[in-house]
Design a protein around this ligand. Sequence first.
Ligand SMILES: C[S@@+](CC[C@H](N)C(=O)[O-])C[C@H]1O[C@@H](n2cnc3c(N)ncnc32)[C@H](O)[C@@H]1O
Length: 480
Amino acid sequence: MSRERTPQPPLAAGPTSPPGLVAEPLRDWIRTHTGISITDQNQAPVELAVRIEAERHGLDPTRYLQRLLSGGLPPQAFIDAVATNESYFFRSQEQMRVVVTRLIPERLARRPGQPVRILSLPCARGEEPYSLAILCEEHRIAPHSVQLVGGDISATCVADAGRGRYSPLALRRTDPELARRWFTPQGSRAWQLEPALLPRVELRRLNLLEDAEVVLARRFDIVFCENLLIYFDPETTVDALAVLGRLLVPDGWLFVDHAEWNIPRGAFRMQEFDGCVGFRPLGAPAADASESGSRAGRVAVADAPSRGASTAPPTQLPAPLTTRASGPAVSPVSRPLPRPARAAPAAPLRGSALTTHLAQAQVHYRAKRFAEALSAFDAVLTADPGHPLARLGKARVLADCGEDFEALEIAESLLHGTAAGGLNLAPADQVETLVLMGLLLHKKGLKDLAQGYLREVKRHDPHHPSLGLLRPHRPGDADA
Ligand SMILES: C[S@@+](CC[C@H](N)C(=O)[O-])C[C@H]1O[C@@H](n2cnc3c(N)ncnc32)[C@H](O)[C@@H]1O
């Protein structure tokens, strides 16, 4: 979408929307229904969700909100619209490696005939539990030896997980050989997970804070609750941890993302095990005789380290197997996953290194190497989270990979930040951001909303090629 640039006056934040849409009543509603805490910093995607859902219902945003907040509309669609579903296969690869090579086989050895129960909550579109299913297969752990359950508050995500169809971005950290074994390309933009794996994961729509305990009604040996607590305020985090504690067996393991390691320690203690960090219920044995006692030197109660840059390499391949058929439960300890190089705490990119990464990202993007482009944009954003060009670049990659809502969120927040004077986005890039918003909304069938953005584009660049989608002005158009 790049083109010749001419200087333009500053732009507005896109079509005008009623002020104060994301006010306290809506923030309360979201916290009550999901636990997610909305602040001034993360409200732009919520505003976008309001506008999209309002248009879908044929209501103006204020009226839509009145009906939603008064219980006049079912809440699920809006919950799905505000949840951030970003995930990818083998995201928490260190923890998965330990689960598959140590925790599962050692529990199976200790409790013959009793399956190891693993919960992935939230599971987004199934990337996490299916990663575990793949690793179990690769390590010839019999299906009946492990019960995998995936839950998420988003009904859309759970339905998508059931189909097992993914954009290339979901495989961005997957070794190509592993991808070849477990996914089938569907054109150039989608990958279908091996259908035999789909029934390995029991999928549920679950709200961790509301119905997870009642619906699941059983305990798990291992719970992955990655990249959820980060969206909660401290009070809600304490509630969530209490639920997680009740979902775990007394000697269970809880895994959270490293950005969440500073969780309050009321009910859990942090424990390092075989190079990975997990949390154990307070009553759990400090050094579990079978899981870690034999390697006592490797077990340590640790303080939360600071967050490292997320520049993990692609998942390393386990030893290849000749067949996917599962045999009896065998201990894979003798055939461990090669240990991936630890995500090196990369030195933050600065100055020319940052410019080089940005340039590389653009080159990858133009060559349609989307996974590489995303990694390079992410590296820039790790160093400078507000970097406008990296954010615009990331939004374009996401849009090209079909991750429309994530792309819309970034584009909207870019325009919002620009209007608030917070981001230094050049006028031509602002136009490109408006174009991206217009095209994405058009693609999602939200044509009236798209027209507002395209008209804004026309005001600043009357010859922009995207204006082919702009229909002639009609008298009822609000923001012409
Ligand atoms: C960023 S994704 C994380 C997915 C995966 N665990 C990972 O680390 O890649 C966050 C997910 O949390 C879900 N979510 C938000 N609030 C939730 C809640 N109260 N209960 C269950 N899932 C929730 C969202 O729908 C979204 O799919």
